[in-house]
Every structure is written in C-alpha cells, then in structure tokens.
Design a binder for this molecule. Sequence first.
Ligand code: 4NP
Length: 181
Amino acid sequence: MSDPIRIQFVCLGNICRSPLAKAVFRDKVEEAGLEEHFEIVSSGTANYHEGEKADRRMRKTAERNGLSLEDHRASQFTAEDLERFDHIFVMDKSNLNDVLYLDEDDQYGGKVRLFREFDPEPEDYQVPDPYHGGRQGFENVYDIVERTSDMLLHRLVDEYDLAEHVGENEPERMEEGREES
Ligand code: 4NP
C-alpha cells in the first residue's frame, strides 16, 4: 500500500469548524471504502483550547447529523505540519494568513487552500466562525462542510486516480453481513 494522502483541516480554536470538517470528510471517505488511502486530522492556529473536547454546540450539531466528535481533542497547527501534510484546508482567510506565516521560506503555499474553494456555492470562500453566535450558525457550518466535503472527496478521487478503489472493501463487508444473518 502506498503512502496515504495526508489531509489536515485547520480553523482557529480547533473546537468547532475543523473538527467537524474532519469528521464529515472522514465519514465520506469511509462510505466510499477509501479509508486506507487517507490520513485525516485537524488543528487550530491558536492554542486557546489545546487538549479540550470539541465545543458542546458543535458536538450536538454533529450528533443530530449522525456523527460523533466525542474522541476529538484540540491541538495546535505547527510549522512541521506544513512539511508533513499533502493538503491543508483552512476555514477562513485569517487561518490562511496564520498558516502561511509559519511558512518562513515560502515553500509550502501550494498545499494550503481555503476549504470552500471546493464549495459549489462558495460565497466569500470562508466558513463563518460560529463560536460567538447561536445554534443557527452551527447548523450553517454543518451544511457548508457537508456539501464542500462531498465535492472535495470527488476532486481528490480524480486527482489521485482512486475511482477504481471506491467500494473495494464492499465484498468483505457483504461477507461479514452474511455471516451475521
Ligand atoms: P473554531 O471556533 O475556530 O471553529 O474552533 C472558535 C473557537 C474558539 C474561539 C474562536 C473560534 N475563541 O475565540 O476561543
């Protein structure tokens, strides 16, 4: 098996937007049976919440949509991540500036992109920070992350020629299903 495609989602606090993006994108990767082909993590540019669980409001929003963020613990983005990851998807332009600030020799800019570049309805290309708002803001982030992750996975499947691997674990899963019944 070749190296996985290393993906990192980045926001400010790593308790709202990027943990959700990681969970939603990972869910889509698993649905496609492509989990062996990806390493998926998230972080924040700030260390305010290091080691904390995801924001309770974001956990609830995820739960309402069938996803769990319970295992998440916040961590901070580091300059080493610029080298280690193949794609760094940031939630807003301030995250973009903060990440690129760590790229002292301007080597890695090509890896760093606004996540919403992949949104079919990108508006201003930023995932709004829901932290100081109400529940509607969290639901809005979910909707954005859901449709953007879908498109992002399609684009990566094309870029890395993964179409032939989609669903490749399916026979095993069906086998398991038969054993259970
Ligand atoms: P996130 O949201 O960047 O989506 O995790 C925020 C979390 C915490 C703060 C700001 C945004 N904060 O200021 O503490």
